[in-house]
Write a protein that binds this ligand. Sequence first.
Ligand code: C2E
Ligand code: CA
Ligand code: CA
Ligand code: CA
Length: 284
Amino acid sequence: AKSHGRNCFRFFNQQIQKDAERSAELHMRLKSAISNNEFALYYQPIVNPHNGLIVKAECLLRWQYDGRFISPDEFIPIAEQSGFIVNIGEWVRNEALNTIAILQQRGLTIPLSINVSTIEFWTTDLQQRFLRYFDEKQSEYDAGQFPYSFITLEITESLMMKQLDTINQLLNELRHRGMQISVDDFGTGYSSLSYLANFPVDQVKIDKSFIQKISMGARHEALIEAIVSMSRALDLTIVAEGVETQAEFDFIKLQDIESVQGYYFHKPMPQQAFFELLAKQSQT
Ligand code: C2E
Ligand code: CA
Ligand code: CA
Ligand code: CA
């Protein structure tokens, strides 16, 4: 038993070292990912549950190097630790704005939902940089033509918990210009309901961990029903995320939920496939 314990210890040590090496490699590689053109945005359609029509899409970042895809769940935390997330975030917003411009040219415009890391709001400087980004972009458009109303920002509960007036002011300014603010992964953080009532948001996304528990018992379903009725009371729209099965979809349809995202309908796809899908929908 003693030698077994020692092997275990050695195994853990090796694993920790392997993880550290991997994370150091990704950290180094991330620095040149933008200039090497290694990023791409994928688009996952969000549909109306009653007719299946695409009403919106979430932009999801993909990083590919040496022929392999690295999951954002792995590289986003590294980018957050190093601060690269600020550059990555601007790259994502540029790309999303290009896509909106193309969609507008083709008469296919739908709103795009863009993920924003809490780190991008960490300091007053970053908050100002965030706003300046949109101010500068806006100046490239004719007066009143910037597509604010086709942009939703997905933030997480950790941002609400900071309870900073400067963040509230920033988000309110963006909402005033026509953007929507959505709370991602809702229910997985540690925020209390009072944060939601006091925070300038328009939408909640019910996290897929809740959806996956549909049909695992009435108590799990009651939790979703509670999120839905609370969102209604606060006048928020709802997206159910991670809907994969018919049973999950059937339950969602019974709820007062206006939009659904998940593999049951569409997986995230490259820009070209997304354009083709929207073009096909507009012809029917
Ligand atoms: P998220 O924002 O919660 O995005 C939803 C994730 O669920 C995506 O994973 C999506 O592909 C996946 N998903 C959608 N439908 C289903 C389904 O039916 N079943 C299952 N099992 N999964 C589904 P993805 O693309 O791997 O992204 C992971 C996370 O990385 C995102 O979670 C988000 O937190 C982060 N991320 C992705 N792109 C960006 C970005 O541009 N900026 C920032 N800051 N974070 C990003
Ligand atoms: Ca998201
Ligand atoms: Ca989510
Ligand atoms: Ca997530």
